[in-house]
Design a protein around this ligand. Structure first.
Ligand SMILES: Cc1cc2nc3c(=O)[nH]c(=O)nc-3n(C[C@H](O)[C@H](O)[C@H](O)COP(=O)(O)OP(=O)(O)OC[C@H]3O[C@@H](n4cnc5c(N)ncnc54)[C@H](O)[C@@H]3O)c2cc1C
Length: 499
């Protein structure tokens, strides 16, 4: 027990909720302050016109029983008694009259692709060997490296041994370069489209390896159910959650964080502050630039070439379930769709009808994504948002163009599609205070370097960062693990045994 020291946690996303649960379990008294009316952050779902809508998650990492990441999800009760949907494919691409599907059976993927392009056989077999080897990879969730002894760090590193060596080598290969090696245009297109721009071959190999081994899947009920379980777990352990409670400022005095001031003016004094929202926003707005992030994290925000962020415009539709594409996620060519001042000639759509909870009265969600990577796209949407009416005009234009493209590709949907809403990079910026309106933190590129970040702010004690921005790759699982790591660092400083 630690005399019930108080912690203010800013943000009830996955990271904030995870931090809250672990801190309550270790005897702290925590309050999570969340600016929105509901917890969840980027991990969002809602009901519209009676139809459950998944707002973010396509896949969750850590769904295979017996892995350390699965255990972590269970510690925060996110997946209790949860069934999983294992879609047939990770990603499917139509191009040049062919369909390439990164399907759950690696041999089927390779043999189908070889049939389409025998001359690419050698490269496909090489890819197959990489994926098979990467299946042995285990994500480190035990504790942050900065809390490990040299021997522990060595042990953790060697647990992945040869796989780490392979991934380090493939990290230097941009996925676009690997794609370019294929003779067949459909394969070139498939390897370019499968992950956000800038991604590495290592990232694809790892994601696909996890998918085929069942460690990446879709929990039934989606994001909303995960967040509900985590929130229930937090409240059950006497955590306090305040929604509609935006934090305006972090109180800092004599080199230590002392609490938070809410937008309402309320001042709350605590022993510790964990900021589980964007670090750039935390330093700039909440700490008014008085304290900076650790150098390695600063570098990421300052070098967009090596550490690009990724966002999108996501348009949500409801459609008859029997008219939806068979693949869960499909990328196909379209007529040019004007987007962020540039033309896009492909769309990626995801459908959710393989989860029975998402089908209502024969209809299900179909969402269409138009990529909006990096600062330029964000600035485009930001400038529209300050011109009266222009933002909505652009959304309407995009929604019509996308609906036309969907009806052209799926003629059976004509007259049956119902447009529900649209999220742009501004949605994520306004709602989450996310840097450049990003959906996911930094995309791992060939120029990015893994870094052991500590979540600490030099010169400011009793303050920790948590969340997806601290990982080498983003996503809900990273937010979870970083929420846990923040509390482990806090326990370390308070000399509390972690069990
Ligand atoms: C469209 C989309 C698709 C995605 N697809 C996937 C996927 O398939 N798989 C996957 O693993 N991940 C996916 N992600 C990413 C994943 O959702 C995020 O990585 C993860 O949820 C981030 O969690 P977090 O807790 O670090 O941050 P956030 O979820 O951003 O949480 C930060 C919280 O802080 C709150 N906040 C901000 N400022 C304040 C303030 N001043 N006061 C109080 N509260 C504040 C915000 O409201 C928010 O709730 C997707 C994200 C999006 C948007």
């Amino acid at each position: 027990m630690n005399g019930q020291k108080k912690i203010a946690i800013i943000g009830a996303g996955v990271a904030g909720l995870a931090a809250g649960i672990y801190a309550q379990l270790h005897g702290f008294r925590t309050t999570i302050y969340e600016k929105s009316s509901v917890p969840g952050g980027a991990c969002m779902g809602w009901t519209q016109d009676g139809l459950p809508i998944e707002g973010s998650m396509r896949f969750l990492a850590g769904t295979q029983e017996g892995t350390p990441l699965y255990d972590c999800w269970n510690e925060v009760d996110a997946l209790r008694d949860t069934m999983f949907v294992n879609p047939d494919s990770f990603f499917t691409v139509e191009d040049s009259g062919e369909t390439i599907s990164f399907c759950e059976d690696l041999d089927t993927f390779c043999s189908n692709a070889e049939k389409i392009s025998p001359e690419d056989s050698r490269l496909l077999q090489q890819f197959r060997a990489f994926v098979l080897k990467a299946q042995g990879h285990v994500l480190q969730t035990q504790k942050p490296v900065d809390l490990m002894s040299p021997l522990e760090a060595l042990r953790v590193n060697s647990a992945n041994g040869e796989v780490n060596k392979l991934l380090a080598r493939l990290h230097n290969v941009p996925l676009v370069d690997f794609a370019q090696k294929f003779h067949h245009p459909a394969l070139r297109c498939a390897f370019r489209q499968v992950l956000p721009p800038g991604s590495t071959l290592a990232y694809l190999v790892l994601c696909y390896a996890k998918f085929i081994s069942g460690d990446i899947a879709v929990p039934v009920g989606g994001s909303r159910r995960i967040i509900k379980r985590m929130t229930d777990m937090y409240l059950k352990n006497d955590g306090e959650l305040q929604v509609n409670a935006p934090v305006k400022e972090i109180i800092a005095a004599n080199g230590a964080a002392r609490g938070v001031i809410l937008e309402s003016g309320e001042r709350l004094l605590t022993h510790w502050v964990i900021s589980a929202c964007d670090p750039a926003y935390t330093c700039r707005k909440l700490l008014q630039d008085r304290y900076a992030m650790e150098k390695k994290l600063q570098l990421r925000f300052a070098a967009p070439e090596a550490y690009p962020t990724f966002s999108l415009v996501r348009l949500f539709f409801s459609a008859p379930a029997d008219s939806l594409p068979l693949a869960r996620t499909l990328s196909f060519a379209t007529d040019v769709i004007p987007a962020a001042g540039e033309g896009q000639s492909r769309l990626t759509v995801t459908q959710f009808s393989d989860d029975p909870l998402f089908v209502q009265k024969g209809r299900a969600e179909l969402c269409a994504d138009v990529p909006m990577p990096g600062k330029r796209a964000f600035k485009y949407w930001e400038s529209l948002s300050v011109q009266h009416g222009a933002y909505q005009v652009e959304i309407d234009r995009l929604a019509s163009a996308v609906q036309l493209a969907l009806e052209k590709r799926f003629p059976e949907m004509k007259g049956q599609l119902k447009y529900l809403r649209c999220h742009t990079p501004m949605t994520y910026a306004d709602r989450l205070n996310a840097f450049h309106g990003s959906c996911v933190a930094f995309v791992p590129t060939a120029q990015s370097r893994p870094a052991q970040l500590t979540g600490r702010l030099p010169g400011l004690s009793h303050m920790l960062l948590a969340g997806q921005w601290l990982g080498d790759t983003a996503g809900m699982h990273t937010a979870l693990v970083q929420g846990k790591f923040a509390v482990q660092r806090l326990c370390h400083d308070e000399r509390i045994l972690w069990d």
